[in-house]
Design a protein around this ligand. Structure first.
Ligand SMILES: Cc1cc2nc3c(=O)[nH]c(=O)nc-3n(C[C@H](O)[C@H](O)[C@H](O)COP(=O)(O)OP(=O)(O)OC[C@H]3O[C@@H](n4cnc5c(N)ncnc54)[C@H](O)[C@@H]3O)c2cc1C
Length: 176
């Protein structure tokens, strides 16, 4: 299993706390306690989580990205498959260096023949692709609830690596 998550940036906590304080005109210095109490209260109470954003750089197999793409309230930028699949591949392009030698031979034959469509058709799902994923704490909370026990081990691992790098893991810990 191969997935690496690197947090690039995080922003919005102070603004989220200010926004939360407007509700009952509470002092801003009390807001971290209020936020901790509301962090797992859905149906509107934890809306402030939508204001805290994280930018992650992730290297993961394509079949992980198929699942990740179902999170609609976030944005991604990926390595271009057109560019990467125009040069010969090696075992290092595949998860755990796992690719059948015969498959790799055929892929590289197609790449060298510039038969791009064939490459797209036969590339295994274990092909590793880097993407930057910009998402907020609310989406992360949703991911944890839905996937902390997912049978694809990449999801618990994604959650572990991501939460360990957050500035405010306390806002998600009740979901873990
Ligand atoms: C184990 C597992 C297996 C699954 N298998 C399948 C499967 O086989 N096939 C399949 O199709 N799905 C499947 N799903 C569901 C699908 O993958 C989910 O869409 C995905 O998990 C993202 O969850 P979400 O929709 O809650 O998140 P998000 O897309 O981040 O949405 C967050 C919230 O916003 C709401 N929302 C998003 N877009 C809109 C919109 N346009 N209008 C109104 N509200 C919106 C959502 O209802 C949700 O409450 C599976 C989910 C899990 C956890």
């Amino acid at each position: 299993m191969q997935i690496t998550v690197t947090k690039l940036e995080e922003a919005g906590y102070e603004a989220a706390m200010l926004g939360l304080s407007l509700n009952k005109n509470q002092p801003i210095d009390k807001m971290s306690t209020v936020a901790n109490n509301l962090s797992d209260k859905d149906y509107g109470h934890n809306k402030f989580l939508e204001h805290i954003y994280v930018w992650l750089l992730i290297d993961a197999p394509r079949y992980f990205w198929v699942d990740a793409d179902t999170y609609r309230l976030s944005s991604k930028q990926s390595e271009s498959s057109t560019t990467v699949l125009s040069k010969e591949l090696t075992v290092n392009n595949f998860e755990d260096k796992y690719v059948l030698p015969e498959t790799l031979k055929i892929i590289n034959f197609c790449i060298n023949s510039k038969n791009y469509l064939e490459v797209k058709k036969i590339i295994p799902e274990g092909w590793m692709q880097k993407r930057e994923w910009c998402l907020n704490y609310k989406t992360l909370s949703n991911i944890i609830i839905q996937r902390k026990h997912h049978k694809l081990p990449h999801w618990p691992e994604f959650i572990k690596q991501t939460v360990s790098q957050l500035d405010h893991p306390e806002l998600l810990e009740k979901r873990l």
